[in-house]
Design a protein around this ligand. Structure first.
Ligand SMILES: [Zn+2]
Length: 439
């Protein structure tokens, strides 16, 4: 009996300590980061503890207010890194009796906000994220999409992985993956845009985070013929090296690197996510439905073909980690209607490759070989209404008994034009020779 009383006493003491620590004002704003992007402006508050907060908007002038409860007295906020035209000023005031820090963001215009907290992960601790929705960005190929006429451009969405809050993998010399893949993506886009009949659009154009689902949405809005996501691999040991190309698998990855890639994608969501981590159950259900869809099959087959061509070209200029396309269950590859591939340009965790990946020369060679692989893929299997398809149909394979003048007659072009177009010196053609027919 006496013993029991003692127990109860101890329990009381424990409970008091516990609730006491809960009500202690412990939170603190440690740093503030502003990440502008074409589609939204993100403000991130790094906090000492998980936030207990409420937020609301005010007008005349436009402001956004966040009250952080359980907060220590904080006379001034740390200076924000980064800036965006939407955020004119960030100020704060502290009310001691209810231990609340009020943060006021002065806005240049009315903007709706999505507020959520993120748990500690990777280099970051507790965070409070405020995403202000901007105007929907003018997608540069909106016009191209509107005029999907015969002879159209093949549209390729290029997705530079990570960005903003999410640095991606970090190399031994401190290189951020997000900063390597963007210039490679830009170089690839430039090569594609210089090719008649092809058009590239960058999914991410600067240093900001784009949600994984939004990346595939952008590709869909563009009605892209292919989505290419560019990454640099990392592994727990420095030895692995070489490039690899990934395509969607409906099952979980079987290789260790593949499983790490799947994990990393989740990590990426945690670093830069929108408050909801990839929802497994809904995603699986979604997937189960689309498996029934033949278009998924078609997408996966063309993705595999594109991946094979890209690998063949990459293998000319860099070591390959795997010679065949690898399969993993990655959200960024899951557009049922858009063939998608993920190119790992090399291992950032390998010291030599990290150095190599940083050079403009190597970045250009990677872009060049990816471009050649993609062009070869689309020359081989162009979308029916594309300029590539038109060009392809304007080819003639010489058959027995055919002369140059006969072919010219058949396509209603002059012999001279045919000769010039195919750089022929005389009139001799051989069976099986492929002649390109001028327009
Ligand atoms: Zn990555």
């Amino acid at each position: 009996m006496k013993n029991d009383k003692k127990k109860v006493h101890w329990l009381w003491l424990l409970l008091c300590c516990w609730t006491g620590s809960l009500s202690a004002a412990s939170n603190e704003v440690q740093s503030i980061r502003i990440w502008p992007s074409p589609e939204n402006t993100r403000v991130v508050f790094d906090l000492a503890a998980a936030p207990d907060q409420r937020s609301f908007a005010l007008e005349n002038p436009h402001r956004f207010v966040i009250d952080l409860r359980q907060h220590k007295a904080q006379s001034r906020l740390p200076a924000a890194s980064g800036d965006a035209s939407l955020i004119q000023n960030i100020r704060s005031s502290y009310t001691a009796n209810n231990q609340t820090l009020r943060i006021v963001l002065d806005l240049s215009e009315k903007a709706s906000a999505n507020v959520f907290s993120l748990p500690p992960t990777g280099p970051y601790g507790h965070r409070l994220v405020v995403d202000f929705k901007g105007e929907q960005r003018e997608l540069p190929v909106a016009q191209a999409r509107a005029q999907r006429q015969p002879g159209r451009d093949i549209i390729i969405a290029i997705d530079a992985g990570h960005g903003g809050e999410d640095p991606g993998s970090i190399g031994p010399a401190g290189t951020f993956e997000k900063n390597l893949v963007l210039p490679i993506a830009r170089r690839l886009a430039e090569l594609i845009n210089n090719e008649p009949g092809m058009k590239a659009v960058l999914v991410r154009t600067g240093d900001y985070f784009v949600h994984l689902n939004r990346r595939t949405d952008i590709a869909r809005e563009l009605q892209a013929d292919l989505l290419v996501s560019i990454h640099a691999d990392a592994f727990t040991s420095p030895q692995p090296r070489g490039a690899a190309v990934w395509v969607l698998s409906l099952r979980r990855a079987t290789s260790e690197v593949g499983r790490m890639l799947e994990q990393k994608e989740r990590h990426s969501e945690l670093l830069g996510g929108v408050g909801e981590i990839i929802r497994d159950s809904t995603q699986e259900r979604y997937l189960a439905q689309t498996v029934l869809d033949l278009s998924m099959n078609h997408s996966m087959v063309s993705a595999h073909q594109a991946a094979t061509h890209v690998l063949a070209e990459l293998g000319q200029i860099t070591r390959l980690h795997r010679r065949e396309p690898q399969a993993a269950s990655l959200a960024v590859l899951r557009s049922p209607d858009i063939p998608s591939i993920l190119v790992e340009v090399g291992f950032i965790s390998n010291p030599q490759e990290e150095q190599q990946l940083r050079t403009a020369q190597h970045q250009q060679r990677l872009a060049q070989s990816m471009f050649q692989g993609l062009r070869r893929h689309f020359r081989e299997s162009p979308p029916a209404d594309s300029l590539f398809a038109q060009h392809r149909s304007r080819e003639h394979r010489v058959e027995r008994g055919e002369s140059l003048s006969l072919v010219a007659q058949r396509y209603n072009v002059s012999v001279e034009a045919l000769r010039q177009h195919n750089q022929l010196n005389g009139d001799t053609i051989r069976i099986g020779q492929v002649l390109r027919i001028p327009d």
